[in-house]
Design a binder for this molecule. Structure first.
Ligand code: HEM
Length: 356
């Protein structure tokens, strides 16, 4: 990462064996808002303290804030594209919005590390938040999703992952931040497993055992892989996913926790629209005949230094001019060099993107 760009949070953490996803709502009251702001400055130190106990465990945590929570906690300036989760699809197949102000995405190669960090982070938030969803995810064999197909193959990596997910000059106050969208899916595994493998392969758009993309001649336009492939001005626009299977077999619960990072909510929302409404409308993702979205939330992930300095913000005294924000990382950001190095130039996502 060039020196003049702030450190992002651990969005680019390596694939891990375990994860905990926590979504919490803010409890009303100034004292609680103070607690949450102060907590922002403690997150990095807590990750260091817990992570040092098993240095090879790759412990990391990403913290995100939903639109209303941002305004309540931090006021102006606000991330340009942060808005409440947008719902898509008809009643029987809907990407629903559910309550949630703060997201914690905790990853490590051992669940004990995730568990300890979640305990510390939630303990410090105390009465200031109410946890409304908490999911422990695990890696399933060779990176397979709950539905048995390898998940994550087409994820961007390295420089490409950064270009697709890190906010740049399009929102200088929030450079090195990202947007993250989460949905908790519950699968009808009986129904899914009753399908012939060839049918499942046409629904996903890849072969099951060998994880090879189906040839265009046989891949339906309704396949998951087709509907989530976006092309803008001849260039593919990607997002970074780190889905995790979860469940309780004894209770008949089998799920996928979907998590997608991008430098604008737009491509992720377009994928959701394609999946739930269909491209064209009606040509929807048949994976959804066997998967129900039980939650939905959109969050902004500030850069690491911004997260720390958010502790000093207080929107009450003077939110109208945005002067409540401490001087800070944004000033360094505005001077960040424009990228001239093969970046995929997806800054155009600022406006209304036209996907093919
Ligand atoms: C029911 C939950 C989901 C499951 C089980 C699932 C599973 C998969 C699998 C197995 C693949 C193929 C391998 C790969 O490239 O990763 C895939 C690809 C992909 N999925 Fe999902 N997915 C789910 C939900 C979503 C959602 C909600 C989005 C976006 C909003 C999404 C976006 C993508 C993208 C962008 C690709 C890569 C497509 C390509 O370039 O070929 N997925 N998913």
């Amino acid at each position: 990462m060039p020196n003049d760009i702030p450190e992002p949070q651990a969005v680019y953490a390596p694939i891990t064996r375990s994860a905990i996803f926590i979504v919490a709502t803010l409890v009303d009251g100034d004292a609680h808002a103070d607690t949450v702001r102060a907590w922002c400055a403690d997150v990095a130190a807590l990750v260091r303290s817990v992570g040092k106990r098993v240095p090879s465990g790759n412990l990391s945590c990403v913290v995100g804030f939903a639109s209303d929570a941002w305004d309540r906690l931090f006021g102006a300036p606000r991330p340009a594209q942060l808005h409440p989760f947008r719902e898509f699809g008809p009643g029987e197949r809907r990407a629903i919005a559910t309550p949630g102000d703060i997201l914690l995405h905790i990853r490590a190669d051992q669940m004990d590390l995730c568990f300890e960090l979640a305990t510390q982070l939630i303990g410090r938030l105390g009465e200031a938040v109410m946890v409304v969803d908490e999911v422990q995810g695990f890696r399933y064999f060779d990176l397979r999703s709950m539905v048995g197909f390898v998940d994550g193959t087409e994820n961007p990596t390295g420089r490409e992952a950064v270009d697709f997910t890190m906010i740049g000059d399009e929102d200088p106050e929030f450079t090195a931040g990202s947007y993250v969208l989460v949905q908790k899916y519950i699968h009808d595994m009986k129904g899914w497993n009753a399908l012939p493998v060839e049918t499942q392969e046409r629904i996903i758009g890849r072969t099951k055992l060998s994880d090879i993309e189906l040839d265009d001649a046989v891949k339906p336009t309704s396949s998951h892989s087709s509907l989530t492939t976006l092309v803008e001005n001849g260039q593919e626009v990607k997002i970074l996913r780190d889905n995790m299977p979860f469940g309780r077999p004894g209770s008949g619960e089998f799920g996928t926790y979907f998590i997608g990072y991008a430098r604008s909510p737009e491509p992720i929302e377009k994928m959701l629209e394609n999946m739930f409404v269909g491209r064209p409308p009606g040509n929807y993702d048949r994976l959804l005949d066997f998967s129900r979205a039980a939650t939905g939330g959109l969050f902004f992930v500030p850069s690491a230094p911004l997260l720390e300095t958010l502790a000093d913000r207080n929107p009450q005294p003077d939110s109208s001019h945005g002067s409540a924000s401490p001087a800070a990382p944004s000033e360094t950001l505005a001077s960040a060099e424009p990228r001239v190095d093969g970046s995929l130039n997806i800054g155009s996502l600022k406006g209304t993107a036209q996907y093919e």
